[in-house]
Design a protein around this ligand. Structure first.
Ligand SMILES: *Cc1c(COP(=O)(O)O)cnc(C)c1O
Length: 397
């Protein structure tokens, strides 16, 4: 799955070009940089690849989420609906905006359940942030419909699903903005990096300004442009952007190999009675970074995950026990362990994060195992993995 598996001469030569100019900063220095603009080049190539109007790169996926929230006018006290199966960055970005994460159940896509959204709407609801988990999509068309009906902002957290599509439309382009991560365990990497995409010019300009202390980037130089808002420093460096620019050219190759490996394993395990696959609304648009399946009940799933690891089939997370990705283990959120005072001002009806219940999500997550799909497996490794996986799963299914 990760871009770090495929890394070589193209990345090195892109970085070398930047080093030769000596300009590591993405703005300004026109005369010194000799026409080398790696962040801009990546942004243009990524926007073109996604057939979207604008792309703005930032320093991480987390920064992309926070920048998108700010650019779309999400602020103090606004409620943002997110799933309890995601990465901690999703709620951190919302809390750091002074806004309030409101969790809503997932369905068997392991993403936000569109049918559950209306039950958690309040007059404070400002946005919905579905997360396309583990390389594949939510029922995004139905989520779009709910957002339109209730006039809500839609921000897709597509950090794990770069290159994914739903009915041929790229994930991240269904709402007001889409966010991507290029950290070192995502499909392609910048080392650290993230992107916001949007079709709305104003949203793009606000994202560009927010991520660089509010600079509008219109003046002759940095000293002469305006601060159109308070912002922060979420900039990406030219070095990181250069790596990502080379990686982007590998994206189709990476997804192609993942799909082939994924299909081979999937074909073998679907023959096992009692194994049920995660629902993928459009299998053609799955980037196949993971193969996720359900066992009949929690104990069987937990034991099967352990048995896979013991049998040498690594990279099979049991997310229900994982403290990065599922609500159950987010003790720091439950106890609101903040560096100082909590970033949000709570109001009487705010969620009590310590005592939320997600019976439907629990029932799915407690039975789910994911298998990370690697690009570098040899044919022999893949066959061995399939054989061992089938043998282990037969015992627990
Ligand atoms: C990785 C990830 C992020 C954050 O990306 P970083 O680049 O690591 O900050 C946000 N959301 C999800 C779902 C992710 O998987």
């Amino acid at each position: 799955m990760p871009g770090f598996e495929l890394f070589g001469e193209e990345e090195r030569s892109e970085v070398q070009e930047v080093l030769e100019t000596g300009v590591l900063f993405r703005y300004g220095f026109e005369s010194q940089r000799k026409g080398v603009w790696k962040a801009k080049a990546f942004e243009e190539a990524f926007a073109e690849r996604l057939s979207v109007g604008y792309c703005h790169l930032v320093g991480s996926g987390t920064a992309a989420l926070q920048t998108a929230l700010a650019a779309l006018g999400v602020g103090a006290g606004d409620e943002i609906i997110i799933p309890p199966f995601t990465f901690v960055a999703t709620f951190e970005a919302i809390l750091n905006a002074g806004a309030v994460p409101v969790f809503s159940e997932i369905d068997d896509t392991l993403c936000l359940d569109p049918d559950a959204l209306e039950a958690v709407l309040t007059p404070r609801t400002k946005a919905v942030m579905p997360v396309h988990m583990c390389g594949a999509m939510a029922r995004i068309d139905e989520i779009v419909a709910v957002c339109k009906k209730h006039d809500l902002v839609l921000i897709e957290d597509a950090c794990q699903s770069v290159g994914g599509t739903f009915r041929n439309k790229p994930l991240g382009t269904f709402g007001n903005a889409g966010c991507f991560s290029f950290d070192s365990v995502k499909t392609i990497t910048c080392g650290e990096g993230g992107a916001i995409v949007t079709d709305d010019k104003d949203t793009y300009l606000r994202a560009d300004a927010f991520s660089d202390h509010g600079h509008d980037h219109l003046g002759e130089n940095r000293g002469l442009d305006e601060h159109i808002m308070l912002g922060s420093n979420f900039r990406i460096s030219e070095l990181n952007a250069a790596v990502g620019f080379a990686q982007l050219r590998r994206l189709d190759t990476i997804i192609g190999i993942q799909k082939r490996n994924h299909a081979a394993i999937q074909q073998a395990i679907t023959k096992i009675p009692g194994i049920q696959l995660r629902t993928i609304p459009d299998p053609d648009g799955d980037t196949a970074t993971f193969l996720t399946f359900f066992l009949a009940e929690e104990t069987a799933a937990r034991n099967a995950a352990k048995a896979l690891a013991a049998a040498g089939v690594g990279g099979c997370p049991y997310w229900y026990d994982n403290n990065w990705h599922y609500y159950r283990q987010w003790d720091h959120l439950k106890q609101m362990k903040c560096a100082a005072k909590p970033p949000i001002v709570f109001y009487p009806e705010a969620p009590d994060y310590a005592h939320l219940h997600f019976p439907k999500s629990d029932s799915l997550m407690s039975r789910a195992i994911s298998m990370q799909i690697m690009v570098g497996w040899s044919e022999a490794e893949l066959s061995r993995r399939i054989e061992t996986t089938v043998n282990v799963l037969k015992e627990y299914a």
